[in-house]
Design a protein around this ligand. Structure first.
Ligand SMILES: Nc1nc2c(ncn2[C@@H]2O[C@H](COP(=O)(O)OP(=O)(O)OP(=O)(O)O)[C@@H](O)[C@H]2O)c(=O)[nH]1
Ligand SMILES: [Mg+2]
Length: 356
């Protein structure tokens, strides 16, 4: 008899390991779910299965899979094969059905499909597998207050990284220039900081004028640059300022040379780089955009246009999957009012409202 214990995320994986290592004669002795004590939110709960195979006696009249080493002596006669009885077959079918049920049960959705909290969380735009992991962590009887508390603990928000140069990147029209104006105004008006503005956006018609007008209103230095060396020179000239905000060209992240081109500008500067993303962006788009921009070091997220989003669960999903801390959320077109510092409780509140 050989007994072995297997651990994996899915019953399917375990069954295939058992089959390849112990053969198809193996029987399952026990199965249990192991609580994931790590912080891995995206990890499925682990399943532990103990299986055994009886090499000596065979099981249910079957023969061992392992070939016997020939000793030269004549092989003993094999027992005659007898067809399994109807009762035996019925038992086998029931066993198979149970295994299939278990496989389905481990797909999270089935585990929680009757939980009303699941429907409510999904209706707020949180991705189904995230909802299922949250509910699995909290247990079947979880109250909505427990979900809020857990989310407040999990969502990562942080002040911008300490750096004199803040760079704002994102796809076209996400609110980079407007957000820069809001932050610049906040720095100048509320904190009396010396702020400067550089734009790398000489591509879009009107982009330079847009930056220049904001700079003029705030009475701060402004320059537009169109090469890496001009950028370095401009940074040097603004060396005495507390904060230099860098606007970047609004182009599709899918443009082949876009990210390498930006990276060239940022090499050796050690800026705080913000990725801006409208809250209403589709989940899968958020993932793709984030992956594309990860070619730069993204230090913080700014979620924009929260006022235009019907559901904001995407912010929670993005945060729990990508783990990039959120620094700001923008909430409208008004400069400088429509921006708030992010905190996990405001994100949860914004996504879930007063009551789920
Ligand atoms: N509703 C809403 N609109 C916003 C917000 N932030 C910016 N906008 C609007 O979005 C539009 C685009 O904003 P920009 O700041 O020009 O966006 P951008 O990313 O600099 O655009 P490009 O430079 O062309 O890539 C403007 O009409 C802004 O007024 C916001 O928080 N809420
Ligand atoms: Mg712009």
């Amino acid at each position: 008899m050989q007994i072995k214990t297997y651990t994996a995320n899915s019953m399917k994986d375990i069954l295939s390991q058992i089959k390849s290592e112990l053969g198809s004669d193996a029987v399952i002795l026990s199965k249990r779910e192991i609580t994931d004590k790590t912080f891995g939110l995206t990890a499925k709960p682990l399943i532990e299965v103990t299986a055994a195979v009886d090499f000596d006696a065979g099981i249910s009249g079957y023969y061992p899979k392992t070939p016997r080493v020939s000793s030269g002596a004549p092989e003993p006669a094999l027992p005659a094969f007898s067809a399994p009885s109807a009762e035996h077959l019925a038992e086998g079918i029931t066993e198979l059905k149970d295994m299939i049920k278990e496989l389905i049960a481990h797909s999270g959705m089935k585990l929680h499909e009757n939980n009303p909290l699941r429907k409510k969380l999904l209706s707020r735009g949180i991705r189904p597998n995230i909802v299922d992991v949250l509910l699995t962590k909290l247990g079947a009887g979880a109250k909505e207050s427990a979900v809020r508390n857990l989310l407040c603990k999990l969502i990562k928000t942080e002040e911008p990284k300490t750096s004199r140069v803040w760079v704002f990147v994102g796809t076209t029209g996400v609110g980079k220039t407007t957000t820069i104006a809001k932050i610049a105004a906040g720095g100048v008006l509320n904190h009396r900081r010396k702020v400067g503005l550089i734009t790398l956006d000489t591509y879009r018609i009107g982009a330079v004028d847009q930056g220049r007008i904001y700079a003029k209103i705030l009475n701060i230095p402004f320059t537009s640059v169109s090469s890496v060396s001009e950028f370095r020179t401009a940074l040097g000239k603004m060396g005495s300022l507390d904060l230099v905000l860098v606007d970047t060209v609004g182009r599709s992240a899918l443009c082949g040379d876009y990210i390498p081109h930006l990276r060239e500008h940022l090499d050796g500067i050690d800026p705080c780089t913000f990725l801006l993303m409208p809250v209403a962006t589709r989940d899968s788009e958020m993932d793709a955009i984030t992956r594309t921009f990860s070619g730069l070091d993204i230090h913080r997220m700014i979620f924009t246009k929260a006022d235009e989003a019907i559901h904001s669960g995407s912010v929670i999903t993005h945060n729990l999957i990508h783990r990039i801390p959120v620094s700001y959320i923008t909430t409208g077109q008004r400069v400088p009012e429509d921006i708030e510092k992010a905190s996990s409780s405001t994100i949860v509140h914004r996504c879930l409202g007063d009551r789920i």
